[in-house]
Every structure is written in C-alpha cells, then in structure tokens.
Design a protein around this ligand. Sequence first.
Ligand code: GLC
Length: 676
Amino acid sequence: MFKLSDFTLDEKLKMLIGKNGWEVETSGKAPKFEMHDGPNGCKCFENNDDWTSKIIPTHCYPALSVISNSWDEDAAFFDGEGIAMDCVDNHTEMLLAPGVNIKRSLACGRNFEYFSEDPYLAGKMAKKFIEGLQSKGVGACIKHYALNNSEYDRLNVSANADERTMHDIYLRNFKIALEAKPWAVMCSYNRINGVYASENKDLLDEKLRKEMNYDGVIMSDWGAVFNRAKSLKATLDLQMPYEEHAFGQLKKAYEAGFITDDEIDASCDRLLKMIEKAVAAKPLRTAPLTHDERYERCVSLAEGGMVLLKNDGILPLKPVKKLGVIGTFAKFPAYSGGGSANVFSKYPPKPLYDEFKKLYPETEVVFEGVFHDDGKREIINNLAKVNKAQRLAYSSDAVVMTVGTGEFEESEARDRYTIKLRPQFISVVNAVAKYNKNVILVVEASSAVDLTEVEDSVAAILFTGFAGDGMNEAIAKIISGKTNPSGKLTETFPYDIEDCYVTPDLENYYYDDYTDGVFVGYRHFDKYNLPVRYEFGFGLSYSEFEYSNLDIKKSGEDYVVSYDVKNVSKVDGKEVSQVYIKDVFSLLPRPEKELAAFSKDLIKAGETKRVSVKIEKSSLEYYLPPIKDYYLESGDFEVYVGGSSRNLPLKGKITVVMPPYTQFTPTNEIDDEMLL
Ligand code: GLC
C-alpha cells in the first residue's frame, strides 16, 4: 500500500524516530499512526506535541494483575476489547500494552501492571488480552522486552541470565503471547547481560525475530535508546519519543557507512506494514459499548479478579444494624498504580460506603477515614481520628476496614523497600479490631503484601488488587454475597520477604544476576520446600469444590487431561482448577512442579462438571543450551490437579517415549533413522 520509494532518505531516517511523544513520523505520505498507554486503559492527551497537555478522561480497567488473578482467559479478552473501544473513540491506533514481565521480585513497583510469576499463565493471559484489543482494530504493543523485572535504576541495571533461564522463564511469556500477533514489541530500558535492550542484537534479532519468528515492529521504551545508529543495527525500528539529536546521529552514521540502506529500508518497511495493518483494521474499529456498559465491564472484571484470602464465616455478610467503614481507601480507593499506566477516570470509583448503602438499605453505614484524605501520599493518622474509629467499631455490628499500598508504594520507576503494610495501617487495624471481632479487611494492593501483623486480628481478608473504576462496587458485591469470589493468586505471598530469593535490599546497583535461574516464584519456594502464607493459585470461595476421576489421554504431541469438579456447597460458584507437571528424571534440574494448564468453570450448587484441558508439548519441554533448542526428554512426568499449587488432590502420570536419536541420556541403541 505504501511504497518505500515514495520516501526520501531523510524522510526514512525521520520515520525511525518518533514524530513527538505518541506518533510515527510519516512526512504526510502515510496516515497518522498514534499510540498511547496503557495496560489499565487508553491514556491520550489533548495535544500530542505537549507533554503537559490535558489527559482525556477514559475508563480505568482493573490492572493486569487483577485480570490475571481471575485466571479467566475470556476476562483478558474482554479487558483488551473494552480498552480498545476507548482507543477507537480517541483516535488511537495502538495501545502500549500488555506488560508481561515476570514478577521475579515481589518488591517491583510495576508488578501491578504484570500478570504473574509464572510464564505460562502470563503468556496465555497476555495472548487473550492482545486478541481482545486487536479484535477491535487496535494494535497491541507487548512490553517490556526483556528481563525488566525491577524498577530501581532501570536505565542502568544489567539483568544477567543464562540461556536456559531466559528461554524457560523470561522469554517464554513473550513467545506464547506472540501467537496473538501483536503489532509491536517494546524493548525495555535495562541492559541484558551487559548490553542495552535497545541495541542488543542477540535479544532483538536472534531471539525475537529469528527464534520466535517475529516480523513486526520493535520500538523502544520512552528514552531507552542511547545510540540510534547502534539500535538500528540491532533491528530496533522506532525510537520513542522524538529526540532532537537522533536524526543527525543517523545521518552521520549513514554517511560514514556505519548503517546501510538495507537496514534503514528493513525498519521503514516494518513501520509502513504496521501502518497498513491499522488501515486494514479500520472496519473493525467500532466501539459498540456505551460508557455505562464499559463501566459495568470494569465492575465485572474487578469482581472476577479479587481474591478472598481469609473468611472465618463472616462472609457473605448478612445485613446488620450498623456497619462501620473505616479507612481512607473507602473514599479514595487504590484503583490504579502510579506511573504511565494510570488513566484519568471518566467514571471515578464511587465511595465504598455508598455502595454498601445500596446493598444494605436497612443498615446504618458510617464512614471514618482516619487517614490522610487523598490516599495518594504518605498516610498520617492522628490519635483523635483513631479514637473515633475505635468508638465507631465498638458501636458497630461489623466493620469493613480498607488498607493497602496505592500508587504511593506501587508505581513505575521505583520498587518497594518492604512488602509489609505501612505501620500506620497495622496499628489502626489492631486498634480497631480490639473493639470489634467482625473486622473484614479489604487490602487494596496489587502485589504481595505481608499481613502477618494483622491477619489474626480480623475475621476476613479480601485482596482486591488495583481494580479500576468499578473497584468499590465489586468489593461491596463480594462482601454482600451478590458475587461469589473466584479469584486466585498469581504470585506467591511469602511469610517473610526474606524467604524470597530476591529481596528489596539490592546487593549491587548495576547488575542483577539471575542466579535463581528457572526457580522463580513458586518454583523457588518448592525447590527449598519453604512454607508460604498464601500459595500461588490460592483463593477462597463461598462454594466448596471436590476433585475426582482424573483421566489423561495422548492427543498428537499433546495430552488431554480430564477430571471431575463437584460443587459440594449450596452456592453456585466458579472454580479455577490447575494442572501442574513434574519431569521426574531430567538431565538438568527442573522445578518440583510447573503450571501446564488451567480452567475457570461456573459450577452450580451440587453440580459435577467434567473439565478437560490440554497439556501442550511445549510445557513438557525445557531449553537445552548445548542444542540451542527446546528439548523433550523421554521418561515419566507426574501430573497434579487441584485448586491451588499446594492443594493438588489428583495425581496421574505421562510416559513420554521419544526416538533415541533425539535423546541425550546414554543409550547403545542405534535407531534406523539415525543411519538415514
Ligand atoms: C514508560 C513506560 C512504558 C510506557 C512508556 C510511555 O517509561 O516504561 O511502559 O508505555 O514510557 O509512557
């Protein structure tokens, strides 16, 4: 559609650099191509040339960590599809999302933007998000490629990992997500094994383009290009945003013969093909949902991703005479984390106490904020307010108490220095709990928090995540029982951050050696047989489920795993069943178990559902560096099925038989095929 020959050399060089903060420079010879953040929603500005211009209000969807806590691939699709409608309404061709980085460090400030500590789950959810987004003609730009697993000094740190660790953990999520064909991949700020992602030819060309057969655009994170000529030679197509010296750098490098016509044309061709995709997708660009319907979608996505961590039976909360609602987050919920992901909400969350008034019309609902009013800065609480809260608790039949991290603690460009709740929260929760045994603690954080100091004082704990505009409506629906909670954790909550391999105290500020290898998240805790507070895949429901009748059948190179899940309670509910595999004997050490399939199913009270999922061959393989490829080993694999990574009542076995010539274990058999 667009011919390179229509562009002069200068116009091509300009195309390799952003026109401004948000557009590709096409010198008027191709349609405008505009891109905006982010994973929570479409965040566009009134004037793309002015960083300080007004942000146009749109819908703030739940953070991707909440979507992944739903374990619902349809939710990921509807999330992307919903955000796409705001992009359509706001002349945006591509969304700078999803972020898929692995949650290696619990303290990483951007964990709220990411899916999981597990690459299979992260990849599957990202793939669906991209499909949803692109189903409405809006391109996805998957990010941040790669090994951007902490925020501290992200423009300097070098994440150093071996080939197997990269392939089995940090690139596998991208590899799975690329099946949805995102229009672009955004490289990260950091160095990988010493070389900046933006100029790392091995990472961009060898691994992404050649190994993963990716033929789309690679663009930089904002300000992640340090030398435009070197990044072009690494096959980075687009430096973002516009930078005044980049054109001169490229021109000089061209005249010196350092960069070639072929390299320039290859990148420009990929950029023009991306614009052609946008033109071809025009018929898909519709926004059929009204704003009210989009808000409703935000609520339902939030409901599906909230995780009930504790319930002594108080939930669902029956109507009471008086309900105390304590904590500033009830008024200003932590509905998004800080940084580029936050959007300006068209429908800002309604106060939690108003939501309770709607659901409990006969109940006296009384609010006491206690903390700083806006919930965005360091919280302060004064004695008089704490005392008021205690009196409110004393006179109430039950209390809903909101605490959390918010964008003050979970944000881009910084990591947390602890995963404990802030001391002010801890003291007030315990002060309030002294006067009421029915405290329902609502934890508005989006990455693991250490609740040790408060969990025994309260009757129930609901972990909400940064759940967007519909957050408070979702919380009230779950607490009242209108919605049966069905979310499960996609990252491990340890007893103590010191049990983690990676802790907030950085040993070195300039390199981060990934010596934990493939043992990340639950793989780490399993390796050392460490107890954890809440395990990967854990979440309570108002229903109860039992598993039976496991059957495993080969299907081509994959395996179909079927099992019964029975809802033995009186309440309809959704169950997230999980399937893990263990390679019993492997040449290289493998994790105790690895997630290989999952399913979320609505199961009515008393009903038994037969669930079938597929273990793909790729889940049985692991990367073997000497052959520079993935390797499937003959031998036994154990299969575990259940409701969380540490509650796996069903156990089965797969025996893989591969031709001897493909194997590296000693064998004196000469297979005929070897002689061909
Ligand atoms: C930021 C983020 C990236 C975002 C981009 C544009 O620094 O790292 O995720 O899409 O810049 O705001």
